[in-house]
Design a protein around this ligand. Structure first.
Ligand SMILES: Cc1cc2nc3c(=O)[nH]c(=O)nc-3n(C[C@H](O)[C@H](O)[C@H](O)COP(=O)(O)OP(=O)(O)OC[C@H]3O[C@@H](n4cnc5c(N)ncnc54)[C@H](O)[C@@H]3O)c2cc1C
Length: 495
């Protein structure tokens, strides 16, 4: 069967692309190598507690805000229930040395007020930082629907100053700089490497409003499944794409699947890690310089992640995350601190229907090289030395969490973990990068249009990690195909 479009990978960006194209009347197939759509969103359960694996919270989902508009456009907003995080403190920054805590409230004005209370001598720096985040956010394609979309817009986010270069002239207060940089844990790039524009595009939405989704990422995945079915998209799971076929002039003509089947199409959007796209295209279809650029892309840091259930409810985590920061400098060094001395992000896990969490997820940045001795092993078949290493890593994470969170000491009922190897296999990133390609100043930013006619890219590598970044990447790819003016008009109709 010949499709108008094939979308490779059914993560959030692939689903967004498939829905957008189908809503515009095209015949679309969505191909996913695992046995279900949006595997990263679905999480898993232990002892009745649901653990999210790729979604804890988001910015920009308040009524009329960008993500709310996007989900309405995609036909899923009535199928999910979102809830506000604690407006007086959606994220709690806990620095151990020196001891200092700060609760991030929602809303620019309230953030400014609280920051100025905590750092009365830094009022000018705080005002300037927040004003710059706000202004920069308004220059991001699709976040601002009134903006003319420059087709190279994505690229500009790897230009300009880093966050550190922006903050250093504003203030010498190390604690304040660390606090304003702590959300780098949400995108896995240190403030010494990420551009201020990229940082603003992500944190600016959280500064406006912060929400979770009842039932977590799983509810969002299910809502998307219903919408895909409604639109008649052919969703083919267990369908790993192993090659891309071309016709005359090197134009994309279809894809080959791992089971030997092939499917024809007019064009395709690949939402997988760009380095894996190189394995799919025929030899010579990309010029060497482009191939090298994609092949050399550096990834974000990897992580150890723990999933724990608690004997007692953990009210302190209801609607609020913790950023455990051993010392202010640690936030600059996401990739060279051992567990215990590295920053750690802790988020809640809930039993179905509960308001107070009964578990938590801890994420600690780590390097893939820590698990390199076992890199040839696969999930479910790792050697005993690896399992021992993992136990030790988990014990160190638990120590750090209990040190800062004494309420939890003695109350952890069960704890499991994943390592950079697990993340490599689960997130399909070559070296376990938690958020795929690193968006850092100076690194090539893959663009939706590729050097192969008919092949387009979307996914967190193109715009930014996060549900918002993945959705915008789908819009950018579809806008490149259908016209950005059409996309903006359709989106504006949902405002
Ligand atoms: C631990 C963790 C916590 C996170 N927390 C949050 C959060 O709180 N809020 C937030 O907004 N974001 C969060 N994120 C980020 C967010 O989950 C991702 O940025 C987003 O889901 C990426 O979507 P994507 O479509 O770009 O990529 P993916 O979800 O990786 O989609 C790519 C898909 O392609 C499939 N695939 C790969 N190769 C092939 C092939 N050859 N053929 C067919 N299919 C293939 C993969 O199986 C995958 O399903 C988190 C991520 C992680 C890892």
């Amino acid at each position: 069967m010949k499709y108008d479009f094939i979308v490779i990978g059914a993560g959030i960006s692939g689903i967004t692309s498939a829905i957008t194209l189908a809503q515009n009347g095209y015949h679309v197939a969505l191909l996913e190598k695992t046995n279900r759509t949006a595997p990263l969103m679905r999480g898993f359960s232990r002892r009745g507690v649901h653990f999210d694996t790729g979604f804890h919270y988001t910015g920009g989902l308040g009524t009329g805000e960008p993500l709310d508009i996007f989900l309405r456009y995609l036909g899923v907003s009535d199928r999910i229930t979102s809830f506000p995080f604690n407006e007086d403190g959606f994220d709690l920054f806990s620095c151990e040395n020196p001891g200092f805590e700060f609760r991030f409230p929602t809303g620019y004005e309230r953030i400014q007020e609280k920051l100025c209370e905590a750092f009365p001598d830094e009022r000018a720096a705080i005002r300037s930082y927040l004003a710059q985040v706000r202004t920069t956010c308004a220059t991001i394609p699709y976040l601002n629907l009134d903006l003319d979309i420059d087709p190279t817009g994505a690229l500009q986010r790897v230009l300009g100053q880093t966050v550190r270069e922006t903050l250093d002239p504003l203030t010498g207060n190390v604690l304040l700089k660390s606090l304003l940089s702590m959300h780098s844990l949400l995108y896995g790039v240190s403030c010494e490497e990420v551009s201020f524009a990229q940082h603003s595009a992500i944190v600016g939405n959280y500064y406006e409003s912060v929400r979770g989704i009842r039932g977590g990422g799983l509810s969002l995945a299910r809502a998307f499944d219903t919408r895909l079915a409604e639109l008649g998209v052919d969703v083919l799971c267990n369908s790993e794409v192993t090659g891309i076929s071309t016709g005359p002039g090197g134009v994309l003509s279809g894809v080959q699947l791992a089971d030997g089947d092939s499917l024809d199409c007019r064009a395709a959007i690949a939402t997988i890690h760009p380095r894996y796209v190189l394995d799919l295209v025929p030899e010579g279809s990309f010029r060497p310089a482009y191939r090298k650029r994609l092949g050399n892309l550096e990834d974000t840091v990897s992580a150890f992640v723990c999933f724990a259930t608690s004997k007692k409810p953990i009210p302190a985590l209801a609607g609020a995350n913790r950023f455990l920061i051993p010392d202010p400098e640690s936030i600059y060094q996401l990739d060279n601190r051992p567990i215990g001395k590295a920053p750690l992000y802790v988020s809640a896990a809930y039993r179905d229907g509960d308001i107070e969490p009964h578990g938590f997820i801890g994420i600690c940045p780590a390097l893939f090289s820590e698990t390199a001795p076992w890199e040839s092993s696969r999930f479910g078949n790792r050697p005993p030395e690896y399992r021992q290493f993992k136990e030790q890593a988990l014990a160190r994470m638990q120590d750090q969490i209990e040190r800062v969170f004494p309420d939890l000491a003695g109350n952890i009922q069960s704890i499991e973990g994943s390592t950079p190897l697990t993340i490599r296999d689960f997130c399909s990133t070559p070296l376990g990068g938690l958020y795929g390609v690193k968006h850092m100043v100076g690194q090539f930013n893959p663009h939706p249009a590729t050097r192969m006619p008919g092949l387009f890219l979307a996914g967190q590598a193109v715009v930014a990690p996060g549900v918002m970044g993945a959705i915008i990447s789908g819009f950018l790819a579809c806008g490149t195909i259908l016209g950005h003016d059409l996309m903006k008009k359709e989106l504006k109709a949902c405002c």
